[in-house]
Each structure stands twice: as C-alpha cells, then as structure tokens.
Unconditional design. Structure first.
Length: 234
C-alpha cells in the first residue's frame, strides 16, 4: 500500500493540539471557491513523496521527541480519498503512543472512512456552510455527507474540532454565521470551533496552474470582522 503525499510539515502548530507532524495527501473531490491549496486537487498530479504507511512512520519517528505532547495530523487535499492508507498509518501511530488527528471536509462518508475513525483520536472537521442551497455553489459538492459525518462523530463520541472559513461577502454574514453556530450547538462532541479568516495568499497557486481565481476582488477578512464573527460562537 502506497500513499501519494503532496508535502510534509515536521513542526505544525495549527493543525491540532501541540506540535504536530502534518501529512498533506494529494487529491480532493471538492472545488471550494476559497481553497488556498488548488495544487492538492488532482489526485494524479506529481507528488513529493510516495510512501508505505511504515515508511511514513519511519519519517515521523525522527521527530518523536518534538511531537510527544502533540502528535500526527493527516490533512489534504482530502485525506479520505486515500482512506485505507490513512487507517493503516494511524494504526501504526497509535500502537506507538502517538496522538492522531484527521483534518477532513467530511465529503467522503463510507465504510473506509469509518475504519479510519477507529484509529483517530481527534477529528478536525471543515464546515463550509450550513445552507444547502449554497453548499454546492461554494464547494462543487452537496452537504449530505458532511452532515452525516458529523452525526456519526456524535454517535461514536469522537472528539471534534470544527473549522469554518469566514469569507467577506460569502460566509461573513450575520444570518449565515448564526445559522452555523446554532447548527453546531447541537453536538456535544465539539470541543472547539476555529474561525479561519479568508486570505489571498494562495492566489499565486491558481496563476501557476492556469486556473481562474474564483474570488477575484474579495479582500482578506479584517481582524475586526473576525472578532465580530466570533461573537456568534462565543
């Protein structure tokens, strides 16, 4: 079994608790308008690494002393496109006492995804919008699996952190922010909600790939706007 890995980050500080070894897998079925990593979309694109779960763990071991109070996070792209690889890698990590976190959009929900969750200590789940009429416009996919995924996390009592990107003119809207907050308040497994301010730092990647930037003219979310958005969740 071989995983197609876009990139590795050995000292991540924003993808779960503590210092973490972060694995970014190649491939994503979503086409989010506010994605800042379009270079991870194409599952067949050239990658930096192709490794077995054991080979990837050998890389993690080099940093075990640094991540002992943190752990490993697998992100993407969408890591559940390579669910069998993630499950085996997480299994090895847990057998060696390393905390595992899955950073996912929840767009894939099937038996293979549920298998990954058996070896997952924490889920970082993206919520793009709770408006069913907007979700496909924003992401290219319906919200069905994302909702089922969160329902399942609640069912199995899996610790969950929520991530929600706040975009001026799109998700930065009082009514929509309140709707997300109200929706999330139903779930006791949610330990934390991270509001991520939209930024344009990934724009150059679209230019390099020859893809039209979907949010042309949209400005970065300001600190004041972020603080206002947080009031709905506090």
């Amino acid at each position: 079994m071989t995983g197609r890995i876009h990139s590795l980050e050995s000292f991540g500080t924003v993808d779960g608790p503590g210092i973490r070894f972060v694995v970014f897998l190649q491939g994503c079925p979503m086409r989010c308008m506010f994605c800042h990593n379009p270079d991870t979309w194409d599952v067949n694109a050239p990658v930096q690494y192709e490794m077995s779960p054991d080979e990837l763990y050998d890389e993690v071991k080099k940093y075990k002393n640094y991540i002992k109070k943190g752990g490993v996070t697998v992100s993407g792209g969408e890591p559940l496109m390579q669910a069998e690889f993630v499950a085996e890698f997480f299994k090895i990590c847990q057998q060696n006492g390393i905390h595992t976190a899955l950073d996912t959009s929840g767009v894939i929900f099937n038996d293979k995804a549920r298998k990954v969750l058996e070896f997952t200590d924490l889920v970082l789940l993206d919520i793009k919008t709770t408006d069913d009429t907007l979700h496909k416009t924003y992401t290219g996919c319906t919200r069905d699996n994302n909702h089922k995924f969160l329902e399942y996390l609640q069912q199995i009592g899996k610790p969950t952190w929520i991530r929600h990107v706040v975009v001026p003119g799109y998700t930065y809207d009082d009514r929509r922010l309140k709707a997300v907050a109200d929706y999330l308040s139903q779930y006791s497994v949610i330990q934390r909600i991270e509001l991520l301010p939209y930024h344009t730092m990934g724009r150059f990647k679209y230019e390099n790939l020859g893809i039209k930037y979907p949010l042309e003219g949209v400005k970065d979310l300001t600190d004041e706007e972020l603080k206002h958005a947080q009031t709905f969740f506090n």
